[in-house]
Design a protein around this ligand. Structure first.
Ligand code: HEM
Length: 337
C-alpha cells in the first residue's frame, strides 16, 4: 500500500512539473524584446538599448539628478577621451611640423630693401594694449583648457597626483576668470579693426599672388592684407563660438539640457584646438617668420621700407593723410639728408 502511494505521489508530482513547464515556456517565448526593469536578470546593456535615459527617483528639486545613465553620454565620453585627443594632437602637432618645415625651406621673409631708419606708426597704444591683453588671456585659456583635455594622460604621470590636483585647480580658476577679459578683447578687436578688414578687390590679387610669401613678390595691400583679414575673421568667429559655448559650460543647464551641454562641450573643444593651431601660425609670422613684423605690435611702429614692401597702399594713404614728415617718426636713426 505504501509503495502504491509513493508511486502515485511520483506520478502526480511529475504531472504538476510538466504542466508548469508547459505554461511557463510560451510566456517566456512571448517576451524576448520586452524589458522588465525590476527583474534581476535584466542586463544593463539591454536597458540602455531599450530606453533613452535610465532614471531613478529622488526627493531634491533638481530632477536632472534622478537620471542614472544615458547612452548618449557614452558617445560623448568616446569623443572626449579619443576623438578630441586625436583631433587636438593632429591639429597642434601638425601645424608645428608644417611651420618648422616651412621655415627650413623658405626661411625668414627678409626686408629686401633694408631698413631705412624712418618709422611710421602702425598701431597706437590702445590697439596694442587690447591686442596683448587678449593674446595673454588666450594663451592662458589655451594652456588651462588643454590641461583638461590632455593633462590626465600627459602631465599627471610626470608630476604626480597632488601637484596635478593643485595645478588643475588654479588652471580651472584661471580659465573661468580670464574668459571675461578675453571676451571683452574679442568684442573690442572686432569694433577696432573691422574697418580695415572688409574684403575687397585688392585681396583677390594678393591671394592670386600667394601673398608674395614664396619668392620676392610684394603684392599691394592696404592696412591689412588678405592673410591678416582671414586671421581676423577666424578670430572673431572662433572667439564668439568659443565664448558662447564656454559660458554654456560655465553656467550649466541654465539655457540647455544635457544633450545641449554635450554639444557645447564638443564645439568648444574642437574650436579650441583649431584656434590654437591658427594662433601658432599667427605667432610664427609675427615673430621669426617675417623680419620687422614684431615691432608693429611690440613698439607700435614699423620701418617705412617694411610698410612699402608689405602694405604699400596703406603707406600711400598714411602719407596722403598726414604728410610724409608727420606720419613718420625716427626713433632709431636719423636718415641722411
Ligand atoms: C569666453 C571664453 C571661454 C570660456 C567662457 C570658457 C569656458 C570653459 C569651460 C567652462 C570649460 C569646461 C571646464 C571644465 O570641464 O571644468 C572649458 C573647457 C575648455 N576650454 Fe574653454 N573657455 C573659453 C575660452 C577658451 C579658449 C580661448 C580656449 C583655447 C584657445 C579654450 C580651450 C578649452 C579647452 C581645450 C577645454 C577643455 C575641453 C575638454 O577637453 O573638455 N577655452 N572652457
Amino acid at each position: 500500500m505504501a509503495r502504491l502511494l509513493a508511486q502515485a505521489r511520483f506520478i502526480i508530482g511529475a504531472f504538476a512539473l510538466a504542466s508548469l513547464l508547459a505554461f511557463a515556456a510560451p510566456a517566456v517565448a512571448q517576451q524576448p524584446t520586452q524589458v522588465n526593469p525590476t527583474a534581476s536578470s535584466v542586463k544593463e546593456e539591454r536597458l540602455l538599448k531599450g530606453l533613452k535615459i535610465i532614471s531613478g527617483r529622488g526627493t531634491i528639486p533638481d530632477t536632472k539628478s534622478y537620471n542614472l545613465e544615458q547612452p548618449a553620454g557614452r558617445d560623448w565620453r568616446q569623443f572626449h577621451n579619443v576623438t578630441l585627443r586625436w583631433t587636438g594632437a593632429i591639429a597642434i602637432l601638425g601645424i608645428l611640423v608644417v611651420l618648422v618645415v616651412f621655415y627650413l625651406i623658405r626661411g625668414q621673409v627678409k626686408l629686401e630693401s633694408g631698413f631705412s631708419g624712418r618709422r611710421i606708426v602702425r598701431f597706437n597704444a590702445f590697439e596694442r594694449f587690447i591686442h596683448w591683453v587678449t593674446a595673454t588671456c588666450f594663451i592662458i585659456l589655451a594652456i588651462s583648457g588643454l590641461n583638461i583635455t590632455f593633462g590626465r594622460s600627459l602631465l599627471l604621470p610626470l608630476i604626480g597626483e597632488s601637484a596635478f590636483a593643485g595645478w588643475s585647480q588654479w588652471a580651472k580658476y584661471a580659465h573661468n576668470y580670464l574668459s571675461f577679459p578675453f571676451t571683452i578683447g574679442v568684442v573690442v578687436i572686432f569694433l577696432m579693426w573691422i574697418a580695415g578688414n572688409i574684403p575687397n578687390k585688392v585681396d583677390v590679387e594678393w591671394l592670386k599672388r600667394g601673398g608674395g610669401i614664396i619668392g620676392h613678390d610684394h603684392p599691394p595691400a592696404y592696412r591689412f592684407n588678405a592673410g591678416q583679414k582671414a586671421i581676423y575673421w577666424a578670430q572673431i568667429i572662433g572667439g564668439v563660438a568659443i565664448a558662447v559655448t564656454g559660458y554654456l559650460l560655465m553656467f550649466p543647464f541654465y539655457l540647455t539640457d544635457v544633450a545641449g551641454m554635450q554639444t557645447a562641450q564638443m564645439v568648444h573643444a574642437i574650436v579650441a584646438v583649431l584656434f590654437v593651431a591658427l594662433m601658432l601660425a599667427h605667432i610664427y609670422i609675427g615673430t621669426i617668420g617675417m623680419e620687422g613684423a614684431f615691432e608693429a605690435m611690440g613698439e607700435g611702429t614699423v620701418d617705412v621700407n617694411w610698410a612699402r614692401e608689405h602694405h604699400s597702399l596703406w603707406l600711400e594713404q598714411e602719407m596722403a593723410r598726414t604728410g610724409p614728415n608727420e606720419s613718420q617718426r625716427q626713433p632709431m636713426a636719423t636718415p641722411a639728408e
